[in-house]
Design a protein around this ligand. Structure first.
Ligand SMILES: [Zn+2]
Length: 116
């Protein structure tokens, strides 16, 4: 779970849910995929993959996480939400009314960054 600016804008919500897999275990089937690359405020690139028919962002790769692919946690077919959240990133940016569930490893910024 993450409340960074990119996740909140990407989802239009208070946080995004990213489920990460090794890149070689993910395949986006079909021909309607589009990509969009942007650069974060920290100067790192993020590339999203979205459906060219409905516009839903389904996956992404991140410069700082090579070899992995994120999948939007709400886009799985049934069973939905089969995973258990493990980490909450950018907790410093979450709204005050949002309570972080017990049991998550909480980072105030990017997990693994010097100011986490
Ligand atoms: Zn984020």
């Amino acid at each position: 779970m993450c409340s960074c600016e990119w996740c909140t804008k990407r989802t239009g919500s208070a946080f995004g849910i990213s489920v990460y897999f090794p890149e070689d275990q993910i395949a986006f089937l079909g021909e309607d995929w589009k990509t969009f690359r942007l650069t974060s405020d920290a100067g790192r690139w993020l590339e999203t993959r979205f459906c060219g028919r409905c516009g839903t962002t389904v996956g992404w790769t991140l410069e700082f996480l090579p070899g992995h692919c994120g999948v939007a946690g709400g886009t799985f077919d049934n069973p939905k939400f089969w995973y258990t959240p493990q980490r909450y990133g950018f907790a410093r940016s979450k709204p005050d009314w949002l309570e972080i569930p017990d049991g998550l490893h909480v980072f105030q910024a990017m997990p693994g960054s010097p100011n986490e």
